[in-house]
Design a protein around this ligand. Sequence first.
Ligand code: PMV
Length: 334
Amino acid sequence: MKVTASAPAKIILFGEHSVVYGKPAIAAAIDLRTYVGARFNENGRIKIEARDIKTPGLIVSFSENEIYFESDYGKAAEVLSYVRQSIELVREEADRNERGVTVSITSEIPVGAGLGSSAAVAVATIGAVSRLLGLELSSEEIGKLGHRVELLVQGASSGIDPTVSAMGGFIHYQNGNFEHLPFMELPLVVGYTGSSGSTKELVEMVRESYEEMPEVIGPVLNSMGMLVEKARDIITGEHGANVKFKLLGKLMNVNHGLLDALGVSTKKLSELVYAARVAGALGAKITGAGGGGCMYALAPERQSEVATAIRIAGGTPMITRISREGLRIEGAGK
Ligand code: PMV
């Protein structure tokens, strides 16, 4: 018996960081996916094999407490802890702690880029292993287990990443509750800075500023929450696509400025953001925790010019689309 499941990457469109303070955020699944195959093994252990599609070849083999790195993949160990926790959690839920499970992972999602690779691998693992162990879980339940995995591995998390990866499409998220927003095509260009920030450290840094001067940082977080509600009104409203794009672009620029005010932007991120705007994007901002990672631009008309500008500014552009689909069971059989 083998079950294969896949789950998508995400971008946070609006509201990262303020979402940690109970404000709303909007995120969307994008069309890069992580695939996890799960099967039983006879030795009662957890075994993880990971392959990166962009770096073919076996990268890591992990059995009990031994980790073998067969190529330089700095973030792999971190990804493995999400996978391991996911398997342990599902075995516990199924009351099958003794059952040996081998999972093999392939992924199109760059690791440590702020695109939710950890949440995607957790959601796909939980999806595949729960099915293998005969647990009937909804995508929503799987997203919630993914949140528990994030809390176990990284300590703090709003849960937005596993929710959007499990559910797909556009999500409005607040305090653990989510709602799907109507689907709309967004012509996006994601720009990767090539480095990654630590979500945990950036969340702590914002917390420190907030505690030092709540009267200054509080209103910044409130404004972020308000602009998310404005974005929700625009997405769900009656305007045509072009008007929606223009208004959402403006809100992206405001949101970027507020994230910069919180101190989570970097020179490189802001350079990519400004390069994209100058090349014709209607809006551009950081996506995710910042400190490196990715920005994204909304470019209905000049997508390839915006991609080129991001490349010239030193980033790696990825033209991407919103994915309607969240967790997907690819197949189950012998
Ligand atoms: O690092 P990312 O892309 O997963 O973004 C984290 C988003 C934060 O709001 C900064 C943290 C959180 O848990 O929501």
